[in-house]
Design a protein around this ligand. Structure first.
Ligand code: F6R
Length: 641
């Protein structure tokens, strides 16, 4: 792969290619792999690939499978070595990396079974050292890795080389970081089930590959990518050691690139076109850097921070400060549905019509509540007609314990009180399944439906806290989710039609959606694309002409004030209502309280995120609120009309 860097990329110590979407990025990487495979075929040689698992490479593997099926790409001359495997998981375990690779790639292409290598997680502790040494020997015997594909963990790990891993570390057994285990908790239906140890290639092993491609998508990776790509090399961010490699490139999407200097502070890397959003970003970032309210910034504050061109463009600090201060102030509103009978020329939402039809889309139960429960509560109190639509039931996120408890409760009721024999039989069937199933066996359709009911009940209880009319709390149960598993979802026109049908029936004035910055293979990422496609398909409908589409922030990362178009403040009492609402999603609370850290729970993250946004506004010299929920206008969707 060709490596070249531009002026804008001067802070990047690993050459980085940024793509509008992950789809475009994986097409480029897959095409490069395909080129290498064919080249070697012509030479009668093998190609040795180092492979990763996790969400990141899923799309890459799908593209390789497509190239195999549609363009005749053969993998007969490909040899693969996987980076890592969890200890204690047999190859057939659904969460083992061996199983992942079989399902995501190997079964679907013509790679000979003897060519694939995944570390064996079942190796006895006493034999691990020797086993790891042999794994490296096999890599060397195969001729060394030609191209290593990597993802990056939020701890900065590559493979399972967690912070503290030495630059010359080799294949070995490691202990997984707490954050890594928490990130894997969803797949394992609870953090307690995530293995504590893994076998991983070392940083030194990875650096021996002739070429390295690191892939990353979504805003949750933005901060760690900045540290790895622009920071100093340090073992606290093992991915930063990739800076030493002369043929390593990052392939990332725009949301993952958000914290790189060329996007965060573009004026530092070259001339910029001073459009209003860039100006706002510049003022907010100088104020943040100097910890000064906007209205107290002086000319020198701008010039000393590389922003003389902005002053030349806009005049003095005085007028610039007032302009941006007003803009920021106008994002704040306690009337997310518009303030009736008020001048709305400087408000994010028009006053008319005074009673709006609103659709709030939640990918899985809890997502929308985390992002905008306070705003939902306000919309309801202001008498807007709110339809709260859960796109999926969330049944995949229900731990077995919760299902067991619910079955036993219902059983008690049906046996002792209701005498409902039919119900009892159904419950007995579920109870039997629970008894016989190993923790990671696939749930039957009935059990999934039952788990879905648990989440729906929690969702309804949480909606009641917000005062929502339960007849307007809908569950679309999109087919992609009901038929899929994490990382193996396949969407169809049916999903889009279902969302579109709802929008056309309600003809909303406002739509709230989330997930634009989420990992594209996550439920939130998929739901975002489905809603966008549905709205695109409805683009010409008259109702779309009057519809505002709002993106609500996830609790993944608080948005900076310059990224926010509508900031809805929450009083201490409103924040308490929000937390009460979140607390009703019982199955999503940590199953292992003794392992819980202060900020580990999703409701704690949401509270922290909303409080941080309020602090940001306060520090800029705007009113000091308890908490703020943030929203961005999705003009790109509205503009398609
Ligand atoms: C997987 C691996 C890990 C992942 C990383 C990112 O084989 O070695 O380093 O690449 O944890 O995981 P995802 O892609 O799930 O965000």
């Amino acid at each position: 792969m060709q490596i070249s860097q531009t002026e804008a990329e001067q802070y990047e110590r690993i050459p980085t290619k940024v793509f509008p979407t992950s789809d475009e990025a994986v097409r480029v990487v897959a095409a490069a792999i395909s080129h290498l495979v064919r080249e070697r075929q012509q030479q009668g040689r093998t190609l040795v690939l180092g492979l990763a698992t996790g969400s990141t490479p899923v799309k890459l593997y799908r593209e390789l499978i497509r190239l195999h099926r549609e363009e005749g790409l053969s993998f007969r001359n490909v040899v693969t070595f996987n980076l890592d495997e969890y200890c204690g998981l047999p190859p057939r375990h659904p969460e083992s990396y061996r199983h992942f690779m079989e399902v995501q790639l190997f079964q679907e292409v013509d790679i000979p079974a003897e060519n694939v290598h995944v570390p064996d997680g079942m190796i006895a502790r006493s034999e691990v050292f020797e086993y790891c040494r042999k794994y490296e020997e096999r890599i060397r015997e195969a001729g060394g890795i030609d191209l290593q594909v990597l993802g990056i963990g939020r701890t900065g790990h590559i493979g399972f080389n967690e912070p503290g891993s030495a630059v010359d570390s080799r294949t070995r057994m490691v202990t997984l970081d707490r954050l890594t285990r928490r990130d894997a908790a969803r797949d394992f239906r609870g953090e307690a089930n995530v293995p504590e140890y893994a076998i991983t290639m070392g940083v030194g092993t990875i650096l021996e590959a002739r070429e390295i491609a690191l892939l990353a998508w979504g805003e949750s990776k933005a901060a760690i990518l900045r540290a790895a790509i622009e920071g100093l090399q340090t073992d606290t961010v093992p991915a930063s050691f990739l800076q030493r490699h002369s043929n390593c490139q990052c392939f990332i999407d725009e949301t993952a690139a958000g914290e790189l200097t060329r996007f965060r502070l573009p004026w530092k890397v070259g001339p910029v076109y001073w459009e209003p959003p860039v100006i706002r970003k510049a003022v907010v970032s100088v104020a943040g850097e100097l910890k000064k309210p906007v209205l107290r910034l002086r000319d020198e504050d701008y010039t000393e921070n590389g922003l003389s061109p902005l002053l030349v463009e806009t005049g003095s600090a005085y007028s610039l400060n007032i302009r941006i201060f007003n803009e920021l102030q106008h994002t704040i509103t306690g009337w997310p549905g518009g303030k009736p009978n008020a001048d709305d020329s400087n408000r994010p939402v028009p006053a008319e019509p005074p009673r709006k039809r609103v659709i709030v889309f939640g990918p899985e139960p809890l997502d929308a509540e985390l992002g905008m429960a306070g705003t939902l509560h306000r919309l309801v109190r202001h008498q807007h007609e709110v339809t709260f639509t859960y796109l999926t039931s969330g049944n995949l996120g229900v731990p077995d314990n919760e299902a067991r408890m619910a079955i036993s409760l219902l059983n008690e009721l049906s046996v002792n009180r209701l005498g409902d024999i039919a119900g009892k039989e159904r419950l007995a069937e579920l109870a039997k399944e629970m008894e016989n199933k190993a923790p990671f066996d696939e749930d039957s359709v009935k059990l999934r439906q039952f788990k879905g009911l648990i989440r729906k009940a929690e969702a309804r209880a949480s909606c009641q806290v917000l005062g929502l009319d339960l007849s307007k709390v809908l569950f679309l149960d999109l087919p992609f989710y009901e038929k899929g598993r994490y990382r193996q979802f396949a969407t169809s026109e049916q999903d889009i039609a279902s969302i579109r049908g709802l929008c056309e029936r309600i003809q909303p004035h406002q739509i709230y959606v989330t997930g634009s910055g989420a990992d594209p293979s996550s439920v939130a990422g998929i739901c975002f694309r489905l809603v966008s496609s549905a709205l695109e398909a409805s683009g010409k409908e008259a109702w779309m002409g009057a519809c505002q589409v709002w993106l609500y922030a996830s609790s993944e990362r608080p948005w900076y004030p310059h990224e926010i178009d509508m900031a809805v403040p929450l009083s201490p009492a409103e924040l308490a209502v929000k937390l009460d609402c979140l607390y009703h999603h019982r199955s999503q609370r940590s199953q292992t309280p003794f392992l819980k850290t202060q900020s580990g729970e999703s409701w704690q993250q949401a509270e922290h995120s909303n409080r941080t946004t309020a602090e940001h506004y306060d520090h800029l010299g705007l009113p000091e609120y308890e908490a703020i929920e943030s929203f961005r206008r999705m003009k790109e969707v509205e503009r398609r009309r």
